[in-house]
Design a protein around this ligand. Structure first.
Ligand code: BG6
Length: 512
């Protein structure tokens, strides 16, 4: 018996993911919400799970004066509050030594020169090998200034054998024109393969599992088309209101905030063809074809196929909450939508005549994101013949919470009579794998350190998604004949008009 023939038990089940490399991570907007709530807690969890490359330095870049120690203390407090796992002092202490603060205005050339010197020094003392990851967590108006200054300081180019990459947070523009402009600005300094446009929904465990479900199993793909599928629903519901983000949200609204990016990305994963291989571009080539196949609405169709709503006062879990227009920083006559429902058509062979209903809203009764695939009913012969209408088979992919997949089907109720009822086959991540999924940002930061752009949006995907959303925004912006903005009480499932959208087709929204 030779060793060669034996599978190595240590390698069994290991993935073939690229290896994250030592690097310096510069976070622009280090004193902001995202850094506190998501980025630094994610980096800590990567370290706590032993997944961090051997040398990583994190440099917070922001305007306010602060020492390294003050920054470390502030990040420690935030991480204790927002981390997925309880913070262990011995791990935090080691991790915190690799946190630094760099004070500079975003537009100050000298600040970038000093940053370059600091990074060179860190390469020597920490072993970050000249690799740099620039994370744009600042507000989008600052992106252009930061990019130009990075270029000016030569930081967009890495030394031989090293790399420089940018991660750009959303919103990536506010329409096609501004997204194209931003893309041109980015590409004047960083090439497409240095550019990582983040969409944190793609980092969610179950979003990644959509491709596994579809292409690692032989039983679903033959059914995944217009012959067997009646329709698809994608829902992203939140109990939260606008919180303290009115400054951004008033100009964005639910369509730009959630549909243009997160929900269209989920739709791509559900709708795409099998890629030729698992490389980032093969997968993204297939996804962009889905976005290109989205039927563009004619102006009058926006009225009939899209419903926009805004929450009025109501109650969430029995607690009264104010109307959107009464929230801090919101205009008392605001026309911003906090809810949107769409009937989408994909013009390609696989999905012809399969409506895709998408809805997203704030201040709904429950938080949850899911995709449900509703199959056509069995023919009305045999068990189906009687007047009793059977439910459809429904495959539900729960993105969050309680990540998992369930399949609804018909079964005979035990007993001497022949009664048939719907039952559910259920797979829960938590119970099957017995461990918590990492946060989306953990996965995405590691991928960027490894140079794997699969879970990041490519330029053409983002631009095509804007082209689709722009037709709706333009119709909404019409002064005289704009489709109406419906209202719904906080704590309800959205405006009645959204129910009518499906009722017209003889369907209804799935209850979450
Ligand atoms: C963000 C939106 O991108 O996603 C927020 O700007 C939204 O409005 C959030 O609340 C939802 O993400 P998650 O991961 O909390 O479901």
């Amino acid at each position: 018996m030779t060793n060669k023939l034996q599978p190595n038990p240590l390698r069994e089940g290991l993935s073939t993911r690229a290896v994250p490399q030592p690097c310096a991570i510069v976070i622009f907007g280090a004193t902001g919400d995202l850094t506190h709530r998501k980025l630094v807690p994610a980096l800590y969890n990567i370290a706590a799970d032993g997944e961090m490359p051997p040398a990583v330095a994190v440099i917070g870049f922001a305007r306010r004066p602060k020492t390294d120690d003050e920054f470390r203390a502030e990040m420690g407090e935030a991480t204790r509050k927002f981390s997925r796992q309880a913070v262990r002092d011995e791990i935090w202490d080691g991790f915190a030594k690799a946190l630094f603060y760099h004070q500079s205005e975003f537009g100050d050339e000298a600040g970038y020169k000093k940053l370059a010197e600091r990074l060179d020094h860190l390469d020597e003392v920490s072993g970050t090998r000249g690799n740099r990851l620039f994370y744009f967590a600042a507000s989008p108006e600052q992106f252009e200034t930061i990019i130009q200054n990075l270029k000016q300081a030569g930081l967009n180019k890495a030394r031989d054998g090293s790399w420089a990459r940018v991660i750009l947070e959303k919103p990536f523009g506010t329409d096609l024109k501004s997204a194209e402009h931003l893309n041109r600005v980015v590409q004047s300094s960083f090439s497409e393969d240095q550019t990582y446009r983040i969409d944190h929904f793609l980092g969610k465990e179950t979003a990644q599992n959509i491709l596994v479900l579809r292409f690692a199993n032989a039983i679903f793909e033959p059914l995944w088309n217009t012959r067997y599928i009646d329709h698809v629903q994608i829902t992203a519901a939140e109990t939260l209101g606008v919180e303290n983000r009115a400054g951004y949200y008033e100009g964005a609204g639910a369509l730009r905030d959630m549909v243009q990016n997160h929900l269209l990305q989920l739709l791509c994963l559900v709708g795409m063809e099998a890629p030729t291989d698992l490389s980032a571009d093969s997968i993204r080539d297939e996804k962009v074809k889905v976005v290109r196949s989205l039927r563009r609405y004619k102006e009058e169709e926006v009225r009939t196929q899209v419903v926009r709503g805004q929450y009025a006062a109501g109650a969430i879990n029995g607690k009264p909450v104010p109307a959107y227009r009464e929230e801090k920083g919101v205009d008392s006559k605001s026309q911003t939508e906090t809810y949107v429902a769409l009937r989408i058509a994909l013009d390609n062979w696989r999905w012809a005549d399969v409506p895709i209903y998408v809805r997203v809203g704030k201040r709904l009764p429950k938080s949850g994101t899911e995709i449900s695939v509703h199959f056509k009913k069995a023919p009305q012969v045999l068990f189906n013949r009687e007047s009793q209408a059977f439910e459809q088979n429904v495959l539900v992919i729960r993105i969050q919470p309680d990540e998992g997949i369930s399949l609804r089907m018909q079964a005979k109720v035990p007993g001497t009579s022949f009664r048939i009822e719907s039952v559910k086959m259920d797979f829960h991540y938590g119970t099957s794998f017995g461990k918590a999924s990492p946060e989306a940002y953990e996965r995405l930061l590691l991928d960027a350190m490894a140079g794997d752009a699969t879970l990041f949006a490519r330029r053409d995907e983002v631009e095509q998604a804007w082209a689709f959303v722009d037709t709706i925004e333009e119709a909404w912006a019409e002064k005289e004949k704009a489709p109406k903005l419906c209202t719904y009480p906080a704590g309800s499932w959205g405006p009645e008009e959204a129910d009518e959208l499906l009722a017209r087709d003889g369907r209804s929204w799935r209850r979450l």
